[in-house]
Design a protein around this ligand. Sequence first.
Ligand code: UT7
Length: 331
Amino acid sequence: MNKITAAITAVGKYVPDYVLTNKELETMVETNDEWITTRTGIKERRILKEEGAGTSYMAIKAAEDLIAKNNINPEEIDAVIVATATPDMLVAATAVYVATEIGATNAFAYDLQAACSSFLYGMSTVSSYIESGRYKKVLLIGADKMSSIIDYTDRATCIIFGDGAGAVLFEPNTEGLGFQDEHLRSDGVGREFLKIDAGGSILPPSEETIKNRKHYVHQEGRTVFKFAVSNMADVAEKVLVKNNLTKETVDWLVPHQANKRIIEATANRIGLDDEKVMMNIHRYGNTTSATLPLLLADYEKELKKGDNLIFAAFGGGFTWGAIYLTWAYTK
Ligand code: UT7
């Protein structure tokens, strides 16, 4: 019997309608379009403005897009995992609500949190479920409402992040397509440089924490940038070498969209030309857990069965890693 591999068989996406441009940010903090564009590559990002809507709102829409486009029966889905750093609530997993709302009535569901590497780590987890033979259809959604944890008076963070969601379905494959290899890493030294101080078990929310704006993301950008540049490139290169891949045999780099300069540094290290590098940071900014599936949705029509994809991400914690996956279908 052929070995079971875990292939991506369907993709969906959702981004909110509201476009927050660099020009509008100029009216909110002391910044300018030229600085943001040259330092990050971002021109605009989407913001979820609907009253009372959280991350699940976008996750549901991304899943529904996938289900509708691919004629999937949601009752056949075995598990729904939502990769997110901004769950609807701290307790009561977002994924459980999402699964119920999309009609995945036979699924179990939970959230997975590894900051900007959440989706990448989720790919590893979900692939193992499929490879084990225990589950046949697992829906992995990357979704974040970053606008709910961003301080729009802090120009160091508010220019970077945006809201969005992407969904992928993993299914067994017997042709050897799908998930091939990974190199995942983490280092707790990172929590000083990218974090939300309050709202967790160390510093529960209080009037004091709100007054001092400790419930928002704080990032030492320059330090995170340095770690991201060297580590994302390192793991991508390791996965290439281990799998005897070259710049000629890699068809696509699917990099986390945090900063155009980090993406370019990773591509340069493995010698990839621009046309093999997926990029949509100019339109969405950094959507944290949603960057990788949003790229897949935006580039789906260009992907061909058998293409070699290298995913790479770096995020808070620190967490980072690279995954090698072969694409399983041509649209
Ligand atoms: O996805 C999770 C992981 N996160 C990341 O990977 C993000 C990594 N970090 C970055 O992408 C970059 O560090 C940033 C985009 C956040 C910042 O870019 P930078 O080139 O590292 O700038 P910097 O923080 O070193 O600041 C350079 C200058 C400073 O002024 P001085 O001290 O040189 O006078 C800042 O005050 O730019 C200033 N600055 C700004 N100026 C205009 C910082 N933010 C802004 C701004 N507009 N929005």
